[in-house]
Write a protein that binds this ligand. Structure first.
Ligand SMILES: [Zn+2]
Length: 510
């Protein structure tokens, strides 16, 4: 019998880890979102939560559907980074264990995952967490989890939960909706529904830029899943097509199709095969095509000279903080500055030392801006240029558009620096430039810019779409920790052979 007032535990562990980037520490989680107990619920119900919107969406939908008792356990969320320090992972796991045991008996569990975490000692931390949760709550208590579509999916991430719900949009604009979907699934499970899940993994590790959901092979796989799910109602509860995150470099990497069926497994199995087969037929399209730096500089120069040309948006996809990169490489800024590009906005560059120095100097001060003076990460090389302090702010803002819309954000003390014909926004906390607010809060007018360069792989598309049409966007080929040219990395754990790295890759549905 379902409880009239079900007691539901809320947990979360959300980070995307790039094995080639420096480790993520507890401080990185504390700087973004680290909550325990009731604070999770009150933050989720607040007007501008610091957490990504799945948990607020889940809580709101649960609230709307009837009585329930939310029990906040622990939620740790950080910007994409390197592998999580294993000691912190163990600490978080212990906190979750203690909290869950104290909350027993429970009627259900909601877990907000990203799905592409690794630690310095574990390649499947989400699987470890789900195993622990299952051990504590037992086999019959429903566990529902949401995932970023960049999740790398292990068997236990599918087998140990009752409903697997992944994002369907990239840029990720459906996070809140997926949280609400998780609540609906949990209500069904609480009422006695049972599920069966199937996962199929393809030998394809899609480069980031081939995983947009507006168009392309990945979009078509998701569209096929959504359509078939509707046609097959009520057999299918959810279809999730997970592109994965190459830079985690794990054995569980690979484009995966996860189908959750109500009751009978056969329809899930048939549908997963159909989508996987379609994806395999599209394998030749999972290759990155980028614009060389020289061509990007020419385009920016031309846009600056000729106001009749459309403005252009340049994405430094290889230095995307949203994929664990540092957000401070100088290749594009230096090339623009040395070529004399005019009318350009550039952001956001992570350099706390430079931001602090600009604050020390004050507005309109002229000085030599020394970028990356203390940075030692590969690709983050020093560069110096004459600069003027054009604006100073404290970096507190609320996201306006795209993935950060409505979230409280803090980029720390920040400065706009005029370097020749370019205005560069320098920040003290590493975040991807996915929201126009990062320019707007400095008093900069994006509509007047002839070129806008962003440290972001794709989420900027959801924030800057009101300024730039897809054909105005230029993905520039540069060195970096998140280069979509996967052959430039030394992989140790990826399953091989795999597309796009190898020839003669085979895939057979048994
Ligand atoms: Zn993602």
């Amino acid at each position: 019998m379902p409880a009239d007032n079900p007691k539901i535990a809320l947990l979360g562990f959300s980070i995307e880890c790039n094995k080639f980037a420096p480790p993520a520490t507890k401080a990185h989680f504390a700087a973004r979102t680290y909550l325990e107990g009731d604070a999770i619920i009150s933050e989720a119900r607040g007007p501008t939560p610091t957490m990504l919107p799945e948990t607020p969406g889940f809580v709101a939908a649960m609230d709307a559907a009837g009585p329930w008792q939310p029990i906040g356990i622990a939620l740790a969320m950080a910007e994409p980074n390197g592998p999580v320090e294993h000691a912190f992972f163990e600490e978080l796991l212990a906190t979750m264990t203690t909290g869950l045991k104290a909350a027993l008996p429970l009627d259900g569990v909601y877990f907000c995952a990203h799905g592409a975490a690794i630690t310095t000692a574990e390649d499947d931390p989400e699987g470890v967490m789900f195993q622990r949760i299952r051990e504590i709550v037992g086999p019959d208590v429903p566990v529902v989890a949401t995932f970023d579509l960049h999740a790398n999916v292990s068997d236990r991430m599918v087998d140990l939960i009752d409903a697997f719900i992944g994002y369907r949009t990239n840029p990720h604009l459906d996070m809140r909706e997926r949280g609400a979907e998780a609540a609906a699934a949990l209500r069904e499970l609480l009422a006695g529904a049972k599920t069966a899940r199937v996962r199929l993994r393809l030998p394809i590790v899609p480069p980031t830029v081939t995983m947009l959901t507006a168009a392309g092979p990945y979009a078509e796989m998701i569209e096929l899943g959504t359509r078939r799910q509707q046609e097959l109602q009520p057999a299918i509860l959810n279809v999730s097509v997970m592109g994965g995150f190459a830079y985690a470099d794990t054995a569980k990497n690979g484009l995966s199709v996860i189908v959750t069926a109500r009751g009978d497994k056969a329809p899930a199995d048939a549908l997963a095969r159909e989508i996987a087969q379609y994806g395999w037929q599209q394998r030749g399209r999972f290759h990155a095509r980028l614009t060389p730096l020289e061509a990007a500089v020419e385009k920016a120069l031309a846009a600056g000279r000729d106001p009749s040309l459309p403005a252009a948006c340049f994405a430094d996809v290889a230095d995307n903080p949203g994929g664990g990169a540092r957000g401070n490489t100088m290749y594009l800024l230096r090339a623009f500055a040395e070529a004399g590009v005019r009318g350009a906005l550039f952001g956001i560059i992570y350099d706390p030392d430079l931001a602090a120095e600009a604050h020390g100097h004050g507005l309109h001060y002229h000085f030599t801006a020394d970028f990356n003076r203390n940075e030692t990460t590969n690709f983050s090389e020093p560069w110096s240029a004459p600069a003027r302090v054009a604006a100073l702010r404290d970096g507190n803002c609320v996201g306006r558009r795209g993935i950060y819309a409505g979230q409280r954000l803090a980029v720390g003390p920040c400065a706009a620096l005029a370097i020749g014909g370019i205005i560069v926004v320098v920040v003290s906390r590493r975040l991807q430039c996915a929201d126009p607010i990062f320019f707007e809060m400095m008093g900069l007018d994006i509509r007047k810019a002839r070129s806008v360069a962003v440290k972001s792989r794709g989420h900027f598309r959801g924030g800057f779409d009101e300024f730039f049409k897809p054909e105005q966007i230029v993905e520039v080929d540069l060195p970096g920790l998140t280069s979509p040219i996967l052959s430039r990395f030394t992989w140790t754990r990826l399953p091989r052979p795999v597309i796009p790295l190898d020839d003669n890759v085979e895939f057979r549905l048994t």
